[in-house]
Design a protein around this ligand. Sequence first.
Ligand code: NIG
Ligand code: FE
Length: 422
Amino acid sequence: MNVDLLIHSAAQVVTCASPPGPKRRETMTEVGLIVDGAVAIADGEVVAVGPTADLRADFTARQTINASRKVICPGFVDPHTHVVYTGDRVAEFEMRLKGASYTEIMASGGGIVNTTRAVRAASVDQLVAETRPRLEAMLALGTTTVEIKTGYGLDPKNELKLLQAIEELARTFPADLVPTFLGAHAIPPEYNNRPDDYTDLVVEEMLPQVANWFKNSQLAIHNSQLFCDVFCEQNAFNLDQSRRVLQAGRALGLAPKIHADEFTSLGGVTLAVELNAASADHLDVTPPAEQARLADSNTIGVVLPAVNVNLGSTHFADARALIDAGVALALATDINPGSAPCPSMPLVMAIACRYQKLLPPEALNASTINAAHAIGLGHRLGSLEIGKQADLLIVGAPDYRHLAYQFGHNLVERVVKRGKFV
Ligand code: NIG
Ligand code: FE
């Protein structure tokens, strides 16, 4: 059979293949390793993956690449980002170094609403222009699919503006971009001390407008789903407000996600499980009973250790305990101007191994197949299996574990998205 692309002679192909559904417990340590492996690609999809000898016998190709001494792995999926924004918060970075905490800065009118002021003053074009280089950096580091949250507009017009920026980027950028409405990210200044009134605005005005906009958007053609997220936290949204937002979103067809237990434990994980959320994210202070509840659910647990590092903290989500309890765990950068100005999934893997005691195969599965499940795309992305989208990386190392072992430079040499080098 003739195919478009045959990449062969890789020291290792790691498929991250998983039976339908995400990986848990011991299957997190299985990466589907093929020594001297090859991948055949046609029409943007994986046609075959296996030993080089077999694929070279079965296929001829328009383009043939020799990947000897290199690793082929699935493209990374970053399932939690706030990458569309303008400006920066480098001044807050310095304030934190002098002793102010992230939550103190937030409580005194900085933090998320600081970026909101900048975003409200920016045009869609400006947001797109400032975000594109960040997405390019992520792609060069191997991220081929990116979830992107709104949440810096915090009013109907500006939340839609962020979605329009995501739509424009999705139209013009090679990675798959998956949108999440996060109108309930912070209480905007005009609703100071009136969180219930702002929650009303999110539920009664923003969500219906957003759901309606999405139906007619380009994004709906490419992604089946729009997600709805909420920052369930002290000085943000309490459990009742979070439930209202996620239930209202779900009634309009938006799949729930939640920022839970980043600083305080308010019961967000239990709410996520109750609503069959796609994911519960952060999990830094999740109590054992809720870890067990998450393990018994279909909700993916997403941990974001670049945040802990960036905030100078030595406390991390107990990802080891989460995996051992049976949680389907994923990793993400959380790239944003405040808590994680970090585009790199390999760096996140490196941190997760050292501070959360993940093994390199667990970190890889958490960054590929399980991350794809966290955004509802596990059937199409996140592993190298016949019929799946051909999103893969050629890594300049002889063993996939180098992805987590080395850090501080980029091992990703080439990126294939939908069967094409990008
Ligand atoms: O996931 N925690 C809430 N949201 C982001 C921070 C966004 C920001 O600081 O701008 C997070 O950490
Ligand atoms: Fe976040």
